[in-house]
Write a protein that binds this ligand. Structure first.
Ligand code: HEM
Length: 118
């Protein structure tokens, strides 16, 4: 009984984690052809959701006594924190440089790569 509740919690967190990723990635993707790029709400909240849901996931998985790859998680956390800080400090800007926009997108994609291939 206890086990099934923790399983449900983990699935719920993965669900939220994937919606957060969709929001962050999608918020950037819709602007790819725009001349002026911004950190929109989808990107900002997506980035924050990724950090929070990722940390909670690690806690739940460790609570299940399942193995967590600490190096992989540390890399994901570091990358996600950089993305979140970049989104946070630029959230009110009316335009951000293309390089900064590209960096946010590249780091997001890199973290999916780490999640899937590591
Ligand atoms: C931009 C940031 C992030 C992106 C794009 C991202 C992406 C993903 C994706 C696509 C998955 C599902 C595939 C898989 O299970 O391997 C996943 C799972 C996971 N992520 Fe992230 N992630 C991010 C940030 C984080 C952070 C900051 C942490 C932890 C501090 C984290 C911890 C995890 C864990 C533990 C799983 C496995 C869930 C499970 O097996 O039940 N992620 N992530």
């Amino acid at each position: 009984m206890k086990g099934s509740f923790v399983d449900l919690l983990r699935n719920l967190l993965v669900f939220i984690h994937l919606l957060g990723f969709a929001s962050l990635f999608g918020g950037a993707f819709v602007q790819v052809r725009d001349d002026v790029k911004v950190v929109n709400a989808a990107m900002l909240y997506g980035a924050l959701v990724q950090v929070l849901s990722g940390l909670l996931l690690v806690g739940v998985i460790e609570g299940q006594d399942a193995p967590v790859d600490n190096v992989k998680v540390a890399v994901k956390l570091a990358v996600a924190l950089v993305i979140a800080v970049l989104c946070w400090v630029n959230r009110r800007k009316e335009g951000i440089p293309g390089g900064l926009f590209g960096a946010i997108w590249l780091l997001t994609t890199a973290n999916v790569g780490v999640a899937v291939f590591w």
